[in-house]
Design a binder for this molecule. Structure first.
Ligand SMILES: Cc1cc2nc3c(=O)[nH]c(=O)nc-3n(C[C@H](O)[C@H](O)[C@H](O)COP(=O)(O)O)c2cc1C
Length: 244
């Protein structure tokens, strides 16, 4: 397991200014534990201002962001938990595949093992596993959640969803650049009707994903997990190069 220590994280933050892009991108991690400290609207706007330079097909900018905090976010957390505990099936606004196979499944399991080890959750400890899952449905108690949506008329919306993906990565990097941690998460919108109701998301928009964000809690063990990436040789094929 590869886990960064607190001091290394601080050093990474300090080194930020002299990092090149690869170092900066590598230093980012999903953050799943946050300080009880609000993120100002001004800072969120600054992050979005940087992220919105993400490319979209024909520059269509087919996205909406609903920034949610305070009581509204707490109501969303409560609704998500209640529906989940009541055994309600997940309800998303578009079809998607949940069962991964082969190397994808292996990667999924690998990061789950890293997170569970960091959080000292044993495989057969149902209580702790449930607690971790519910934490996800609460969007890891982050002070802010950005809910990303697109107009329903765009369906079938693969191209627009691609655009929202580039926006999401822009948000996560711009936030990290300002000392704000994020976790893009499906868990927070698994009961999309709950999010729609409390965040007053119009019926003509589909909810794509949400991004929980806040000041990282450096004492939260899962924040130190360094997820792995495959070697380029495993997923890149060079064609027509002299040395290919
Ligand atoms: C579309 C998407 C959905 C995700 N959903 C969740 C989620 O529901 N819960 C969670 O803890 N992490 C979620 N993640 C975060 C991934 O688990 C994480 O990005 C991945 O393990 C790589 O780790 P890193 O972000 O630290 O590099 C999601 C990420 C993406 C891009």
């Amino acid at each position: 397991m590869s886990v960064l220590k607190n001091t290394e994280i601080c050093q990474n933050q300090k080194k930020k200014l002299i990092m090149n892009f690869k170092e900066f991108a590598e230093s980012r991690k999903s953050v799943r534990g946050f300080l009880d400290k609000p993120v100002s609207r001004e800072l969120i706007d600054e992050i979005i201002d940087a992220a919105k330079w993400a490319p979209t097909s024909y520059n269509t900018q087919t996205w909406h962001i609903h920034a949610v905090t305070g009581d509204v976010l707490n109501k969303i957390r409560k609704g998500n938990i209640e529906e989940t505990m009541a055994g309600k099936p997940h309800v998303r606004d578009f079809p998607y595949k949940e069962e991964y196979e082969g190397v994808h499944r292996k990667n999924q399991i690998d990061v789950a093992i890293q997170l569970f080890e960091a959080m000292e959750i044993e495989r057969d400890d149902k209580e702790k596993r449930m607690d971790w899952m519910l934490r996800g449905f609460r969007q890891f108690d982050a002070p802010v959640s950005l809910v990303l949506t697109y107009d329903k008329y765009l369906e079938p919306a693969a191209i627009s969803q691609f655009g929202l993906g580039s926006l999401a990565y822009g948000i996560v990097l711009a936030a990290w650049d300002r000392g704000i941690g994020c976790v893009i998460n499906g868990q927070g919108i698994m009961q999309s009707h709950v999010v729609r109701e409390h965040a007053q998301i119009p019926d003509d928009q589909n909810i794509m994903i949400c991004i929980a964000m806040g000041y990282p809690d450096d004492d939260f063990p899962a924040n130190h997990v360094r997820s792995m990436r495959a070697d380029n040789r495993d997923f890149v094929k060079y064609i027509g190069f002299e040395d290919s």
